[in-house]
Design a protein around this ligand. Structure first.
Ligand code: FAD
Length: 616
């Protein structure tokens, strides 16, 4: 009964069909037989096995790089085996870390199917109960009025909250200050080619949120196999993501795949009756008797905000991301409780992708560099801790143990401008699905806390935002304007000297200018970055290279603010009718976790409004 999960099945690169093959190859069947201690691999029927995870492991501790599989064995498909084989399988024992018995298959549908199925089961139950008892079930009395819910922001959290609520029958209006992906693409094109930054339609604002023109990494720290993450991943597949993301150990989509996916998502919401208002910015909340009763909106392209409108709603889901600084200011003026949160600041480092391939893959690099290898282009992830003793001064701020880590690594990607205001400069990374550019970039960041904000004489709930803004302004000045980014060779950064031209090439399309990045951050942050870079080089020899260029500045790593809310219904703890969700509210840090948060918030609101939840 049920199925068995077999883990840590390693197949060498030479024997494996390659990164894009997700079936059960003969070499994998042999590994399965080894783990099962089953004598003849060819007697095992491949159809009884399905790959649930495939990762590439090139760690130096291994004798040689391998693809590592997790595979499910469906016992019901082994019933036809000849008796001796069957006898063997039926005596199978769990082996810690390798073989695990799973009693029954977990539900693994997309969100839409899950909600439909649950509604159907519950409807049938209601109907039969009503028929047998003769009572009048609630299904016969449709709600007089559907609850009217505003979802502000069409990033992953807003989209998933809208989807759940619309599927459950709410009257949803999705309000987005930026443009639909088609127009947003043109605006981003104008930014790159003509240096025109549309304040409301850019790398942060617009359909799909901050992660649309991104690498589309779908890795998350909230538990890859949890039901909620599986539901989100399946929903992405429903809207057009390749099925591969369900199995790949490090799934990613790339901007080119995200755009059609978002279009499909939008069309589905529209079919459900969701009203979508692009180019519409929420400027204020309408509050009556300490409860949110609607929002004040304006045409986001109208600088004068002369045509504002007041829209009434029963509840407002605030899914605005962490770049909506005007919204934090508005919430402060409305006395909404917010608390400062630790986040991280730093620089973005860029290497030639070929260099990262050779650091990570040694012998395999040549094939990968030709662009047609079996293995994915190399990435990296490094984390180190720097304590006060490692740093130069002894103030309290410095003495704090800091974590320094690489973040949002984009192999085969490019560095992009994520400013939402021309006087501030901040950057991030994106890639296309093939990850085929010549560069590999990643943020190198250091944690910053309220102690750091205090040291800058910045206090109060929005101190972290002012802290970010300070470095973004400095970076804009150091770049000399026009969105040119200040850069320094990593070797020169370590020696505190200006880089001479010619600089190594950069993927950043708006231009770079040599600057001393030591002038950007306070000394303790610079020192922490220097120390960590030296430690990263011990782990990745060659990381410190004449070809590696540091770009300033990476500030929007996660939200510097959290908006307290009920853990059950997701409603703000100080303002009824307001549901702060996603990264901007301080509850997510990436595409998948934001989507999961939005999904749960959708269910939270549905519960508050007594929308049909059945057995979900
Ligand atoms: P957001 O995605 O920020 O969405 C908020 C939305 O609200 C925006 O569309 C904004 O326009 C809208 N909005 C704001 N204010 C208002 C208002 N007043 N009225 C109406 N609408 C408003 N994460 C990953 O997991 N993988 C990656 O590879 C990755 N790469 C990234 C690359 C880049 C360039 C950037 C900028 C981010 C990247 N991230 C990545 C982070 C990821 O995009 C975010 O964590 C995620 O999008 C947060 O989702 P969210 O729904 O909470 O907010």
């Amino acid at each position: 009964e049920g199925f068995w999960r077999l883990s840590k099945l390693g197949v060498t690169v030479q024997n494996d069909p390659g990164k894009d093959f997700l079936g059960v190859s003969d070499p994998l069947l042999q590994e399965i037989a080894k783990v099962l201690e089953f004598p003849v691999a060819s007697m095992l029927p491949p159809e009884a096995f399905s790959v649930v995870r495939k990762s590439f492991d090139a760690r130096k501790v291994l004798k040689e790089p391998k693809f590592v599989y997790t595979v499910d064995m469906d016992v019901s498909k082994l019933l036809d085996l000849e008796p001796r084989t069957w006898d063997f399988i039926s005596r199978l024992e769990p082996k810690v870390g390798f073989v695990e018995h799973m009693p029954c298959e977990k539900a693994s549908g997309d969100l839409i199917t899950v909600i439909h199925d649950c509604k159907k089961v519950s409807n049938d139950t209601l109907l039969s109960e009503d028929i047998s008892s003769g009572s009048e079930g609630s299904y016969k009395y449709p709600r007089i009025r559907k609850p009217k819910i505003a979802v502000v922001g069409s990033g992953p959290s807003g989209l998933f909250a809208s989807l759940v609520l619309a599927e459950l029958g709410a009257d949803v209006t999705l309000i987005e200050r930026g443009q639909a992906v088609e127009q947003r693409g043109r605006d981003i094109g104008a930014l790159i080619v003509r240096r025109i930054l549309e304040n409301e339609s850019n790398f942060c604002f617009g359909e799909g949120g901050a992660g649309t023109w991104s690498d589309g990494k779908l890795v998350t720290r909230i538990g890859r196999n949890s039901d909620s993450v599986v539901a989100v991943m399946n929903t992405l597949v429903h809207f057009g993501a390749p099925k591969k993301i369900l199995v790949d150990g490090k799934p990613h989509l790339g901007t080119d795949r995200l755009i059609p996916l978002l279009r499909n998502f939008r069309q589905h919401l529209q079919r459900l009756g969701v009203t979508i208002k692009f180019g519409t910015r929420v400027d204020d909340l309408l509050i009556e008797d300490a409860r949110v009763v609607g929002v004040k909106v304006s045409n986001s392209m109208d600088q004068l905000q002369s045509d504002f409108q007041k829209l009434g709603f029963d509840a407002v889901i605030l899914a605005v991301g962490h770049s909506a600084r005007d919204i934090y200011q508005m919430l402060l003026s409305r006395n909404v409780n917010m608390v400062p949160k630790d986040f991280a600041v730093g620089l973005r480092i860029e290497h030639p992708q070929e260099l990262i391939n050779s650091i990570q893959y040694s012998g395999l690099a040549a094939e990968v560099n030709k662009g047609r290898g079996k293995v994915p282009v190399a990435d990296y992830k490094v984390v180190k801790y720097v304590s006060g003793e490692d740093e130069d001064t002894l103030s309290n701020v410095v003495a704090a143990r800091r974590s320094c880590y690489s973040f949002c690594m984009c192999p085969g990607g490019q560095v992009v401008l994520t400013s939402t205001n021309p006087s501030e400069l901040c950057i991030n990374g994106m890639s296309f699905s093939r990850r085929s550019s010549r560069w590999a970039n990643a943020a190198l960041v250091v944690t910053a806390s309220t102690k750091d904000f205090d040291a800058f004489n910045l206090h109060g709930p929005l101190a972290g935002i002012e802290f970010q803004r300070e470095f973004e302004r400095r970076a804009a000045v150091m770049g000399g304007g026009n969105f040119v980014a200040p850069v320094q060779k990593v070797t020169d950064f370590l020696e505190n000297k200006l880089s001479a031209t010619p600089l190594p090439s950069s993927s950043y399309r708006l231009g770079v200018k040599s600057a001393n990045l030591h002038e950007l951050f306070p000394t303790h942050i610079t020192d922490a970055l220097k120390h960590s870079i030296s430690m990263f080089d011990e782990e990745l020899p060659g990381f410190i290279s004449e070809a590696a260029l540091l770009h300033g500045v990476e500030t929007r790593t996660s939200s510097p603010v959290q908006i307290p809310r009920s853990s059950d219904t997701y409603e703000s703890t100080c303002l009824k009718g307001l549901y702060p969700v996603g990264e901007g509210a301080g509850y997510a840090g990436g595409i998948v976790s934001a989507a999961v948060d939005g999904m749960y918030a959708g269910f939270g609101v549905a519960k508050d409004f007594d929308l049909f939840l059945g057995n979900i």
